[in-house]
Design a protein around this ligand. Sequence first.
Ligand SMILES: Cc1cc2nc3c(=O)[nH]c(=O)nc-3n(C[C@H](O)[C@H](O)[C@H](O)COP(=O)(O)OP(=O)(O)OC[C@H]3O[C@@H](n4cnc5c(N)ncnc54)[C@H](O)[C@@H]3O)c2cc1C
Ligand code: SF4
Length: 580
Amino acid sequence: MSASTGNGKAVPAAYPPPVDSPKEFVKRGLDPEDELIEVGVAIVGGGTAGLACANRLLQLLADDPALMERLGEVPVAVLEKAKTCGGHNLSGAVMRPGPLQELFPEMTREEWRKEGFAFGEVTKEAVYLTPTSKLKVRIPTPPPFKNHGNEVVSVSALARFQQRQAEEGGAYILTETSATQLIVEDGRVVGVRSGDKGRGKEGEQLGNFEPGTDIKAKATVLAEGCWGHLTGAAIREFDLADGREPQVWELGVKEVWKVPRPLDRLIHTVGPWPVKISARYGQVGGTWIYPMKDERTGDDLVSIGFVVGLEYADATTSPHDLLQLFKLHPLVRKILEGGERVAWGAKALPGGGYWSMPKLSMPGAVIVGDAGGMVDTAALKGVHHCIASGKLAAEAIYRGLKNGETSFESYEYAIEDSETGKELYQVRNTRQPFQKGFLKGGPLVNLAIASRGKLPPGRLKWHRNDEMPMFVGNTKDRYPRPDGRYTFDKLSSVFITGNATRDDAPNHIRVQKHVPREVAETWKWMCPAGVYEIPEDAPETGPVDVIVNYTNCVQCGAITAKGGRLTTPEGGDGPLYQIT
Ligand SMILES: Cc1cc2nc3c(=O)[nH]c(=O)nc-3n(C[C@H](O)[C@H](O)[C@H](O)COP(=O)(O)OP(=O)(O)OC[C@H]3O[C@@H](n4cnc5c(N)ncnc54)[C@H](O)[C@@H]3O)c2cc1C
Ligand code: SF4
């Protein structure tokens, strides 16, 4: 691939991250028995999907003491890199309630709210076009945006609740623990290796150094969320993406506000403002504003966020600044004015849908939730799919272990036959037409929605996000100057996430450090945490050096879509989200 298109454009994929995945992230064979920890099922990732798998497995094992005993002292272990489960989880989030109700059938939705992870049922909703920075036009609610009866939740709080349930059921939850290597023996996944702790900037061992450990498991579940570190290694190792479309990503930035007046409806805006409508910019984005009533404190809260597809071409596209700009629209001002921002965060989500999903099982392991690409981005819905996939994986693993099997392939078929499989199939061609731009793609998107997936026929292609030629455009000229009260800069936003990355931690961001300005500007503007800087005296054109302030990173994952790689940081580093 040519590095530069010669007309002020550069392709991030031409500057791949210095990474050797098979060598670095796959460990061939286990350490000797007396140096490892043995568990029944190892679940990598304590988000909604991984914990749903743990919750369901423990329910099944509670009724099967013989199998529970066979799985040993630690029947189920969850490895989570955040300080606590939920610490790295962020979503909109309006959730279809069915799968959570099925997972905990004895609980009512009132009880969800008392537990502090649910914030009310959607009874009213509105969808707007925003033609300009002042105008709004209400449109009939398109089918993907119909949310009547759904529940507004915080996935961060939900994960904490699921963690408590899993611990009560007998799971061993290893927080502050990154899984850094997939262990493969005789063509089968036999566990994962946890990361070292206490290394310095250059990888040297500090006084508090603790080496990682091999965790041997009869079954391994990859529940790492968007672009998982080990999931990527597994996809390569077992050719799981063979014959599929490439995965693509979107990036969302979210704030939670405490507001003086309750918002009485759920709101979505579908643009075109504040993104540019011209196809040249390749920008497609939308927003949400969700009402949240905290039953425990009586506070009225609002979740507000901006999601942008990472297929864009203008390097100065910044989802964080677009959200700040969006807040200046009178529609939003009316809701937030007089309120106070109480949380901020950012996260990427997989956008490719059905055709980009990898094969979900391999010998010894399965993939659940966002790691498997199970998100319907037209409707911005993934939470219920994550819970459903975690539950189905648990059931397949339980059946497999009971029969002494090491393949859990039945999970793949269970997904295909489930509501999740059917829903994702129905919207399989819904998002791709936007690659032609908002105006050209819009009618095809509408056709896909109206025909419930029957049209356009066939399999629509995805282009890789990192192959989009980037140019330095002028989207940045629209961003407001932060006032620190209503609009905020990136660093003060990172500050309120409770980010606790050590100043002398090793760098977990892999990027080339000398790249064309177009690529460097892409990283600088895209990163919601202000990690990438270009020195002030760098040349206006041609290659520039990139400074990587990796301790600011909130591990959103977006860099992986645009030419870099987020690898696992030391366990415990990163944000500590509470209500995102
Ligand atoms: C901005 C945004 C808005 C959204 N809005 C909605 C919405 O309104 N409704 C909806 O239904 N869906 C929505 N979604 C999608 C939904 O949030 C996701 O589908 C879902 O939360 C993903 O859950 P998960 O458990 O698969 O992954 P995650 O929540 O990402 O959890 C993965 C966990 O694994 C941990 N982890 C990863 N790798 C490792 C490792 N190697 N070692 C140890 N731990 C590891 C991470 O720290 C994390 O806790 C939204 C997503 C985003 C990003
Ligand atoms: S450096 Fe961290 S926060 Fe910034 S884009 Fe990359 S993963 Fe996201």
